[in-house]
Design a protein around this ligand. Sequence first.
Ligand code: PRP
Length: 178
Amino acid sequence: MPDNYRLSKGILIDEDTLQDRIEVLGGQINHDYAGMTGLLLVCVLKGGVLFLTDLMRRIHVPHAIDFMAVSSYGVGQRETSGVVRIDMDLRQSIEGKHLLIVEDIVDTGTTLNYLKGLLQSRQPASIKICALLNKPSRRVADIHIDYIGFDIPDVFVYGYGLDLDELYRNLPYVAIAK
Ligand code: PRP
């Protein structure tokens, strides 16, 4: 059981399962981007940060990283507000770059749909999306995800970058909230 067991119904994805899957995703990305230059991993804060740091250690294609902070849920809210706010933008031009957006979770798809459109307007060479968790049953926006770690049911999850009222992002596993 998680150390915060009073808040949790248990572990959905344990640490070994997460790491094994990230290894596979890294292998797929290495294969798909082999020999390419200008790869830029765009991590969507805050939730994507643990996934980024583990994923990038498995990517052997030369790449840079950058960060965007986006929010669609407020503190204490477990449903998207449907409104995407850019809290922090990239610090560089992405024209001609191969972008790989790294997200912790795709729920309604509202966030990534907006983000992809915004970044596309800046004329990168390509944009792909890598999401650790996917909730297909919740999808509202029609968004293609190129690399998916795990499809999960419609349960509220936290840990491994995802928060429970801004806490527990540090957990090395994904847990289900009560
Ligand atoms: C979460 C997650 C995605 C978004 C997914 O971010 O990291 O960005 O919600 O939801 P959607 O597909 O319904 O748009 P959140 O707003 O909770 O911010 P955080 O990553 O800083 O916790």
